[in-house]
Design a protein around this ligand. Structure first.
Ligand SMILES: NC(=O)c1ccc[n+]([C@@H]2O[C@H](COP(=O)([O-])OP(=O)(O)OC[C@H]3O[C@@H](n4cnc5c(N)ncnc54)[C@H](OP(=O)(O)O)[C@@H]3O)[C@@H](O)[C@H]2O)c1
Length: 163
């Protein structure tokens, strides 16, 4: 099962704000996110999930939380786990070919240790915020291809080193 980090990162590394808000709204970037992730499980932290307002459609939403397991009562269609290794074993058991690790700030550093691939949209602008994407270790991650779109560029990274 492939584990794929997907994120949108401003030129200055910002990905979000600690009140949960996304600092920008890019329809075209969200369209890329949507078409890439449709049909596959998306794994996220509780704050990112709550900032969405409602579960992402046509994808299994898997939410990580230690203190808010009752989220499941409010959103019966989501799956809630309190540990990341439980997410991986459950998804392996379900025989998913790939899962997307979609954020947020507290989880990207952990997700990056486990991921096989990363799909990172670099936005054409700086953004105001206090949550940043972690540094990408060039000894571990190599850009396999890039795709320039209107307002952002998508970098496709492959892991070079064994985990
Ligand atoms: N630009 C992008 O691509 C992108 C993508 C996603 C999110 N974002 C932005 O990122 C921000 C949110 O990031 P954040 O760091 O504040 O929050 P987050 O990572 O989305 O969620 C943090 C919460 O997840 C749970 N959690 C974290 N690690 C865990 C673990 N190992 N096991 C179990 N539960 C765990 C905890 O929930 P409990 O407190 O409930 O226990 C924790 O409070 C927002 O501004 C959002 O808009 C940006």
């Amino acid at each position: 099962m492939k584990k794929i980090v997907i994120a949108a990162v401003a030129k200055n590394g910002v990905i979000g704000r600690s009140n949960g808000d996304m600092p920008w709204h890019s329809k075209t970037e969200f369209q890329h996110f949507k078409s890439t992730t449709l049909g596959s499980p998306v794994v996220m932290g509780r704050i990112s999930f709550e900032s969405l307002g409602s579960p992402l459609k046509n994808r299994l939403n898997i939410v990580l939380t230690k203190n808010n397991m009752e989220l499941k009562d409010r959103f019966p269609d989501i799956i809630v786990f309190d540990k990341l290794n439980k997410v991986y074993s459950w998804c392996e058991y379900q025989k998913y070919e790939k899962i997307f690790l979609i954020g947020g700030g507290s989880l990207f550093p952990v997700f990056m240790k486990d991921a096989d691939e990363m799909i990172i949209s670099i936005m054409d602008f700086n953004a105001e915020g206090d949550i940043y994407f972690p540094d990408i270790d060039v000894n571990i991650w190599k850009i396999n291809s890039r795709d320039k779109r209107d307002g952002f560029e998508i970098l496709y990274y492959l892991r070079q080193e064994k985990k």
